[in-house]
Design a protein around this ligand. Structure first.
Ligand SMILES: NC(=O)c1ccc[n+]([C@@H]2O[C@H](COP(=O)([O-])OP(=O)(O)OC[C@H]3O[C@@H](n4cnc5c(N)ncnc54)[C@H](O)[C@@H]3O)[C@@H](O)[C@H]2O)c1
Ligand SMILES: [Zn+2]
Length: 680
């Protein structure tokens, strides 16, 4: 795989080869961003070079990347920087941080007095934004730290970097331009539409976006976060003795700083506290709307920064605490096609196992067949795998310049890989035309139907269901309700278990319509939509009588999906009749109406583990149902619109945010009291 050797370099030949490898990786990294090495491999290579150069100073090549900003390979323009724009030194663990703290104290001949400012290390491209008399006049890339490229053509496409300041002042603000996750996806969508090569990750996408802004006839948006400011044109407007104070001043000018994020700047007295903040930011990482590759710790007071001084490549007063890489390169060795519960046929990438952010990744989602076609991916391509906010690893695009002779096209299936039936290719997602109600995906559909959020027959595990399907006792969800005691005893091999199951099945007959409907596994519907449909129509008969237009009128139901949903409901007619005949409830209970419930008009967010009075609502869907039954609206994230936060055990960032916004926070007891009539 594309990892660098880890043994020490022992000969000049080895050293020369390693320098060449680093230089070509660098050149790719800073230009079109498709390096042959991932970051950990590159960093390991640089450490090897450093080690060799320490022992053989007589062999050091003048073009060695060690100790240079941008490894000496970043595109350098002709714009002179006001003051050097440097890189950062790295540490990777607590020990490294302690060492850095000790060396800082030595330079200051005593401890740090002004505290440590801690900020996220944003993973994009450094730019300097020059404002003259309140107008954004020039953007400059970092280059070799002394000269940078003019990137002014990107003015107007960078969120957070206004073209006019709130005050007519002259200043140079420095910070990181990046693609947020959403901007990254939008950028790739645009590039696919325009037939351009998609970016394989957000970081290299940023450099490409800024540099390419000149030659594109469409605009790709990026986002800016400031992390510094220097005087420009000799106009000294910066006030305050600390980094923190200047960042507040930048913020007041209308420029976005990291204060706009949950991981924003905070100042701590001790390095130990700063280290805890590193861990906090690491925990927030998955939730942040953009990528970070570390946390930056800086001496907060300028006089202390000045005393500590600079090395050629980096300041002594700041350090980057690198977090484990959230992406890595590996090889796409296969594509699997899985058939899901509603018959969706989804492709999954099989990867050569690779370590990403502390776990081994073997698979990644490929979304749908059109994604494969548009990404231009081929089998045996090298791909960049990354973990986004979600847990499913993703790959975006192949690293085309690493494509080998063994690359072969990815073959899309002609027939359902599971049952051999036809595939419905009319939508973006392919579906087995035989995939619902009966044939393909039956077992998965049944598992879904009996699960806790639907019919809640928890004694029916997959193996049990499999036995029932195999011996012919069950061929659709309705058959579950006519199972005899004998059949259950035979499958369960236990009278006691069979009786428990009979009780659960009897209880399932009384479930509200929304759950019964959901258990049908109708295409393009899930928990939320099933609840909307049941609330809207109130009875199964009304649902069946609804035409496409009537369905499209259901709140939250995308009109484009209504025809498929209507067709599937019609196709399930026989199963629904069987359910009704078995005595399964077909009505949505009219609870206190949304207009009169105790939570009417309230927008409620739940966070943390539910205990005590709400202990049986540990499942978030159960809480949502409770909130909606009581007339409220349930939401997943805290915003200004939120009116109540229910905070349980170990509530974290949502609680902090609610407190910040002055939102009513209730504990389990208080909330339970409020909805006492609905706890059932
Ligand atoms: N894969 C490859 O082939 C390859 C090649 C070259 C470099 N790299 C990677 O690039 C990195 C080295 O690049 P570098 O020297 O540009 O350093 P760097 O990018 O790791 O760190 C310095 C930069 O951090 C940024 N930064 C983000 N948040 C900041 C904040 N709050 N305060 C100050 N600065 C902040 C600034 O842009 C600054 O220039 C390494 O991680 C290396 O692995 C990889
Ligand atoms: Zn099938």
């Amino acid at each position: 795989m594309t990892t660098a050797p880890t043994a020490p370099l022992t000969s000049t030949d080895d050293y020369n080869a390693a320098v060449e490898a680093a230089l070509s990786a660098n050149a790719a990294y800073y230009t079109d961003g498709t390096s042959a090495l991932d970051d950990p491999s590159y960093d390991a290579l640089i450490r090897q070079l450093q080690d060799y150069e320490d022992h053989h100073p007589e062999h050091i090549r003048s073009d060695s990347p060690v100790g240079k900003v941008g490894g000496g390979a970043a595109p350098t323009g002709d714009v002179a920087h006001t003051v050097p724009m440097l890189s950062l030194d790295n540490v990777f663990d607590a020990e490294g941080l302690t060492k850095w703290g000790a060396s800082l104290a030595r330079r200051l001949t005593g401890p740090v007095h002004g505290g440590y400012a801690v900020e996220p290390k944003l993973d994009g491209a450094a730019i300097a934004a020059r404002y003259r008399n309140g107008r954004l006049v020039q953007l400059v890339g970092r280059g070799d730290g002394i000269h940078g490229e003019d990137l002014s053509h990107a003015i107007g496409s960078i969120v957070g970097l206004p073209e006019r300041l709130s005050v007519d002042t002259t200043v140079e603000v420095r910070g990181e331009a990046l693609l947020t996750r959403a901007q990254f996806e939008a950028a790739n969508e645009q590039r696919r539409e325009h037939g351009s090569k998609v970016f394989s990750n957000a970081r290299n996408g940023t450099a490409g976006t800024l540099r390419g802004a000149k030659s594109r006839d469409y605009t790709i948006e990026t986002t800016f976060f400031a992390y510094g400011a220097v005087t420009f044109d000799g106009v000294d407007i910066l006030r305050g003795e600390t980094h923190e104070a200047v960042m507040a001043q930048v913020d007041a000018l209308g420029i976005q700083t990291t204060a706009a994020t949950e991981a924003g700047l905070r100042v701590y007295e001790t390095l130990a506290e700063a280290h805890s903040r590193v861990e906090e930011i690491n925990a927030l990482r998955a939730e942040l709307p953009f990528g970070i590759d570390g946390v930056v710790i800086k001496a907060n007071r300028f006089d202390e920064q000045q005393t500590a001084g600079f090395a050629t490549r980096h300041p002594h007063w700041a350090i980057a605490y690198k977090l484990p890489a959230s992406e890595a390169q590996t090889k796409l060795i296969g594509v699997e096609w899985n058939v899901g519960r509603t018959g969706v046929i989804a492709p999954r990438a099989v990867l050569e196992p690779v370590e990403v952010d502390g776990s081994t990744v073997r698979y990644a989602t490929l979304h749908n067949p059109s994604f494969i076609a548009q990404s231009g991916m081929m089998l045996n391509d090298i791909v960049m795998v990354w973990k986004a906010g979600d847990v499913i690893p993703r790959i975006e695009a192949p690293v085309v310049n690493l494509r080998g002779a063994d690359a072969t096209p990815i073959i899309l299936p002609d027939t359902c890989p599971k049952c051999g039936g036809d595939i419905d290719k009319s939508g973006k997602r392919w579906e087995c035309a035989n995939g619902t109600g009966g044939g393909c995906g039956l077992l998965a559909a049944l598992t879904y139907a009996v699960s806790r959020d639907q019919l809640d027959i928890d004694g029916l595990g997959v193996t049990f269901l499999e036995a029932l399907v195999e011996n012919g006792a069950v061929s659709d969800v309705a058959d579950l309700f006519t199972l005899t005691r004998e059949q259950l005893v035979a499958a369960a091999r236990s009278v006691k278990r069979a009786d428990t199951l009979l009780e659960q099945i009897a209880a399932a007959k009384e479930k509200p319509l929304n759950r019964v409907f959901c258990a049908l596994g109708i295409v393009r519907t899930g928990r939320t939509l099933s609840r909307e449909i049941a609330r809207h129509f109130r009875t199964m008969d009304a649902i069946r009588a609804a035409d496409v237009d009537a369905l499209a009128a259901v709140p939250k139901l995308p009109a484009a999906n209504a025809p498929k949903i209507a067709a599937h409901i019609a196709a399930m007619g026989e199963v629904i009749d069987k359910l009704a005949a078995a005595g399964v409830n077909m009505r949505e209970p009219v609870t206190e109406d949304a207009a009169t419930g105790p939570l009417t008009g309230q927008i409620v967010v739940v966070t943390g583990g539910m205990r005590e009075a709400l202990a049986k609502f540990t499942n978030r869907n159960a809480m949502r149902e409770l909130i909606e039954n009581a007339g409220g609206t349930s939401s997943g994230s805290v915003s200004k619109k939120t009116t109540i936060l229910v905070a349980g055990a170990n509530a974290g960032s949502k609680l902090a945010k609610a407190n910040e916004l002055g939102i009513t926070v209730l504990n389990e007891e208080q909330f339970a009291e409020r909805v006492a009539d609905y706890l059932g």
